[in-house]
Design a protein around this ligand. Structure first.
Ligand SMILES: Cc1cc2nc3c(=O)[nH]c(=O)nc-3n(C[C@H](O)[C@H](O)[C@H](O)COP(=O)(O)O)c2cc1C
Length: 412
């Protein structure tokens, strides 16, 4: 298989080529937490750049539970027309466009002023930065059922808005990933303990989503190939979860890895198997490929055409690219025309891994912001400067979010 060959998904729909824009949270919602004009401009750039698939940055299923301020929320029809415009723009050159749907669980900053839900009352351990996060409340059965219904509701609305699919975010230490990991899920009921129990919420969400969308609407899952924490969700667990998903109508699984506590998705895992600098989850993906009935996509570290070709030639169905497409949204067109463009940011060699990870995110978001304003990205930006700008933007966005939530609670 080649990078510019189409892929037919289990539901019969097609993806024009094997390159996907992986999800990147943009924090560019308007004050109503709907897509802003800047966000639309950003997606126009990706649509025009030639990717076969665009996965949106994570969109929240509950406005009280945010991965960050300025995040997009889809929980009712109030701003459906704006979502329709977003989908139309992103699909304008023939790409499939999937809304990534997410709930942060305990990975929600305490300064947003919301109650934090998680499978168990186990706080995040981020060293000196741990106090930025609340000790979560252990979810009741009702809360779990509410979250399942919210994922289904957001997926139904995504189809109504014209997206071609959804990707359920079960990776990177967010709520569904917290349920999967025995470190964060210490429940003794049917939602914890055995892997079957820990995966129950994900399985029930996939089933609930499938029940409310049409068969030609794509349902995909983003899963960690491993959490990279001792005693956490392992590569063997990931294989078994894939086997559980085999029995359901899942059209693709995207493999990534890590969490806030161990940000392996940014290539910083200390695990020997992932030391390869590029396509760092490829070995896992090849193992998982052997048991998966659905197509597999691997994301992380891919920025060179030769690497993308190697990944596809190895039997993995799609490559997911985030950072390189934030620097150069036109990358697929350039590769197709025979250029070997390989966008790259300055390496961040800070000792504090949590800060380095934040700086990396900020440097990528800096590029997203440039694109959203119709400007040229600047991959040489100083990570420290990008981090300062990002922190300032987040403080402003946090104030706006809190004001808005106060208005909601007064109105309701
Ligand atoms: C700024 C930024 C925001 C991200 N937001 C999301 C997100 O919303 N959902 C998600 O699944 N992954 C998110 N990721 C992770 C990427 O999808 C991807 O897994 C990771 O960046 C590794 O791929 P890359 O090496 O091509 O950047 C984000 C990454 C960055 C840099």
């Amino acid at each position: 298989m080649k990078v510019f060959e189409k892929l037919v998904l289990p539901n019969g729909s097609q993806i024009l080529n094997r390159i996907a824009k992986a999800a990147m949270e943009e924090n560019m919602a308007d004050l109503d937490q709907a897509p802003s004009k800047q966000l639309m401009r950003l997606y126009q750039a990706w649509a025009d750049g030639g990717v076969g698939l665009i996965i949106t940055g994570n969109v929240m299923v509950d406005r009280r539970a945010m991965t960050g301020p300025g995040g997009v929320v889809l929980e009712d029809e109030q701003h459906l027309d704006t979502f329709k415009r977003w989908a139309t723009i992103a699909r304008s050159q023939g790409a499939q466009v999937w809304l990534q749907i997410n709930h942060p669980g305990r990975q929600m900053q305490s300064n947003l002023g919301q109650q934090t839900w998680a499978p168990s009352a186990v706080a995040l351990d981020l060293g000196k930065m741990s106090d930025r996060f609340n000790v979560p409340v252990e979810m009741t059965e009702d809360m779990i059922n509410e979250v399942i219904q919210r994922f289904a509701n957001t997926a139904r609305l995504a189809e109504k808005a014209g997206f071609t699919g959804v990707e359920i975010h079960a990776a990177h230490g967010y709520l569904l990933s917290q349920f999967l990991s025995p470190l964060s899920n210490q429940r003794k009921d049917r939602w914890g303990g055995s892997l079957e129990n820990r995966a129950r919420i994900l399985i029930e969400i996939v089933q609930a989503v499938r029940a409310v969308v049409s068969p030609h609407f794509v349902v995909a899952v983003k899963l960690n190939s491993a959490d990279f924490q001792r005693g956490g969700f392992s590569a063997e667990d990931a294989q078994q979860v894939i086997q559980m998903l085999n029995g359901l109508a899942v059209d693709l699984v995207e493999l990534s890895g890590g969490s806030y506590e161990a940000p392996a998705m940014q290539g910083q895992s200390r695990d020997g198997r992932t030391l390869a600098r590029e396509a760092y989850f490829l070995e896992f993906a090849q193992e998982i490929r052997k048991v998966a009935h659905m197509p597999i996509m691997v994301t992380g570290g891919i920025r060179r055409k030769q690497v993308a070709e190697k990944v596809i030639a190895s039997g993995v169905d799609m490559v997911g690219i985030a950072t390189a497409l934030a620097i150069d949204p036109n990358l697929p067109n350039e590769w197709k025309q025979g250029q070997n463009t390989a966008p790259e940011l300055q390496p961040i060699t800070w000792k504090n891994k949590t800060l380095a990870s934040l700086a990396n995110m900020a440097t990528v978001k800096f590029q997203l912001r440039k694109l959203s304003l119709g400007k040229q990205p600047n991959p040489r930006v100083s990570p420290l400067w990008a981090l300062i700008l990002q922190q300032a933007a987040m403080s402003r966005r946090t104030r706006q979010y809190k004001n808005r939530m106060r208005q909601y609670s007064v109105a309701s």
